[in-house]
Ligand binder design. Structure first.
Ligand SMILES: NC(=O)c1ccc[n+]([C@@H]2O[C@H](COP(=O)([O-])OP(=O)(O)OC[C@H]3O[C@@H](n4cnc5c(N)ncnc54)[C@H](O)[C@@H]3O)[C@@H](O)[C@H]2O)c1
Length: 353
């Protein structure tokens, strides 16, 4: 059993049809946490276990949802012999992982991610948590799940925006890792219909499996080297400094905001001569091909630019007057540098032109 005494042990990744996951826990006391939309389709797979339904989307990550889960744990007499399984996207696993970590100082926790974002990012690395008074992920802990069960066939029911939220993280992983994964993603784009007509529904399940495997390998490798985010893990923030600020100030979907954040980081690196035009264009073409926005004209609005710049000052990655900013230097080359926030603000004033 994973307990808080071993919060940063790496997870075991398994590709398994979702319908077969209950068999994995045969004979054990399993609690399933799921949202209402997914409960309709996937709940029946888990008919032998109590199913705890939490609100759909970001509303799941609230103090009230956490408290209601604990009420259910109490009602069911959950003790440390129980195992918790989150079935769903990143919101469900963030909430359920946090609840599992807190209850009786730590229950065994696993997840069956059903969004691409959760498969390639949210279920990995052990960060969990909830929002508090509008402050995203204000409360949380590090506890890596014991097992992650992936069934890529469930991704076919994702809408394109939700798929894009996951693919942007995969592109980020490829920029961090290098040519081999990057060119695989270019081939995946072609398999899915090419830049003009990409649809993830046209991608072969084996290609999606490889996508998830490679992204998991890259993220897990980075997290293993820096489980508590003291240094090296910061490269995973590529595109997220501007991305989070844009998400907050415009309400754009997370994946779209991170794509624009990557476009800004590339533009900033270009302005410094850190990356060649050819490599920057290749990354931008890939993002755009997957249907992600790269056009910075949204920043023509001066009031928005000011709000985005103010948000940068509130960023967790800021230390004093400087930001730990991830600079793309090429495909397979990124670097975390301390960049004055004031310099980033001035850059924003010009970047959209
Ligand atoms: N812990 C981490 O390291 C980490 C990393 C990245 C993101 N996150 C968190 O993840 C959350 C976002 O997660 P998300 O993007 O997975 O969104 P989500 O969990 O909100 O799910 C989005 C929507 O997709 C639906 N859905 C899920 N699977 C589906 C499927 N197979 N078919 C059709 N619909 C499906 C859900 O019902 C929901 O309506 C954010 O709260 C973010 O903070 C956490």
């Amino acid at each position: 059993m994973s307990t808080c005494l071993e919060p940063i042990r790496g997870e075991e990744l398994l590709f398994l049809p979702l319908a077969a996951v209950p068999w994995y826990f045969a004979g054990e006391r399993l609690l399933v946490v799921i949202d209402p939309r997914l409960a309709e389709d996937f709940g029946p797979f888990f008919s032998d276990s109590p199913i705890l339904i939490v609100p759909e989307g970001e509303k799941a990550k609230s103090w009230d949802s956490l408290s209601l889960l604990f009420e259910d744990f109490l009602r069911l007499g959950v003790d440390r012999s129980w195992k918790v399984l989150a079935v769903g996207g990143g919101t469900v696993s963030d909430l359920a992982g946090f609840a599992a970590h807190l209850w009786m100082r730590g229950l065994s926790f696993s997840c069956a991610p059903t969004t691409l974002l959760a498969m390639v990012d949210a279920s990995l690395g052990g960060k969990n948590g909830i929002d508090f008074r509008g402050y995203k992920n204000a409360l949380g802990s590090f506890q890596r799940p014991e097992r992650i069960f992936c069934d890529v066939t469930v991704l076919s029911s994702l809408d394109p925006v939700q798929f894009a939220s996951g693919i942007v993280e995969a592109v980020k992983h490829a920029v961090i890792d290098g040519e081999s994964y990057f060119s695989f993603l270019e081939a995946l784009l072609a398999d899915g219909g090419g830049a003009e007509a990409f649809s993830h529904k046209a991608c072969h399940p084996e290609s999606l499996k490889k996508l998830v495997t490679e992204s998991q390998r890259i993220k897990t490798g980075i997290v293993d080297a820096d489980p508590l985010e003291k240094g090296g893990r910061r490269v995973l923030n590529l595109g997220h400094s501007f991305g989070h600020a844009l998400e907050l100030e415009t309400g754009l979907p997370h994946g779209y905001a991170v794509s624009l954040g990557m476009a800004l980081a590339l533009r900033y690196s270009l302005s410094k001569g850190f990356i060649s035009q050819g490599e920057a264009s290749r990354v931008l073409r890939l993002l755009e091909g997957f249907g992600l926005p790269i056009n910075l004209s949204i920043l023509a609005d001066g009031a928005l630019r000011s709000r985005v710049a103010s948000s940068l000052y509130m960023d967790k990655k800021r230390e004093g007057a400087a930001m730990n900013f991830v600079l793309p230097r090429g495909i397979g080359r990124v670097e975390v540098a301390k960049v004055p926030v004031e310099e980033l603000r001035r850059f924003l004033e010009e970047a959209w032109r």
